[in-house]
Design a protein. Structure first.
Length: 256
């Protein structure tokens, strides 16, 4: 049974414009509650009890968020004493943004927290359902990348299958159709990932990309694809605030 989740939440989120000028996009409020709180609610409700927040932009605000979240967590039926939430400042470990940045950096920071256990890794500016989070609790010796079907795969990384289950490769923003199953920044990793993130070099964007580490594992036939069944949302632009409100409203109506 997997217990640990690493949340990448170091960025500011400049595409949110004025909404993220004074705080990171993860802390933008929807119905008086930060976006990140909704994500963490679902993680805990899915049965994961240890969360590592890898932060960077205005870490003091993330520390305040953590304390407030812990004060309120029992409102969703979670016993505060049974969970653990830790914060690590990515820039204190790896250096400033111009030295080390990218989607692989939170994993580089998480080795001590994870130890020798399997764990989930996800983006703190993405939203996943409780059921989809549960579905990734696969405590075996393989790594998994979650995918969902999308009408515009050319905007994302497309997951290419090797047979029925295995990942062959990830094609970033393909110019020619390569499939419609896209990468949604949601992984189950074994501790093998820590060696792989230390093997990769900066990409053409000047960043350390987690997909480069995943690709190494895929070549070793150690990565499977897990298709999610509910939904996925990338919380990255101002118009996504209203979309998130709709998701919350629909969830509330469903639970009535």
């Amino acid at each position: 049974m997997i217990k640990k989740v690493v949340i990448a939440a170091a960025g500011q989120g400049t595409r949110m414009l004025e909404l993220s000028k004074e705080k990171s996009k993860h802390l933008i409020c929807i119905n008086n509650k930060p976006f990140l709180a909704y994500l963490m609610d679902n993680i805990l409700l899915a049965g994961y009890i240890e969360i590592l927040l890898v932060v960077g932009f205005k870490p003091e605000l993330m520390a305040e968020f953590k304390e407030e979240y812990l004060r309120c967590v029992e409102k969703i039926g979670i016993n505060r004493e049974k969970i653990k939430i830790e914060i690590i400042n990515q820039h204190e470990i790896l250096g400033p943004k111009d030295v080390a940045y990218g989607t692989a950096c939170p994993i580089k920071c998480a080795k001590e927290f994870v130890g020798n256990e399997n764990f989930l890794s996800l983006a703190g500016d993405n939203f996943y359902s409780v059921e989809d989070l549960k579905s990734m609790n696969i405590d075996d010796n393989f790594n998994y990348v979650a995918g969902c079907e999308n009408d515009h795969p050319e905007r994302f990384g497309v997951l290419v299958r090797d047979g029925d289950y295995f990942l062959e490769k990830i094609i970033e923003k393909p110019k020619e159709f390569a499939g419609n199953l896209i990468n949604i920044s949601f992984y189950k990793f074994t501790p093998e990932i820590f060696d792989k993130v230390n093997m990769i070099e900066k990409s053409s964007r000047g960043e350390y990309e987690i997909t480069d580490a995943v690709s190494i594992l895929a070549k070793e036939r150690k990565v499977k694809i897990k298709k999610i069944n509910d939904f996925w949302m990338d919380f990255g632009r101002p118009e996504d605030v209203e979309k998130m409100k709709e998701i919350i409203e629909n969830a509330n109506n469903k639970n009535k």
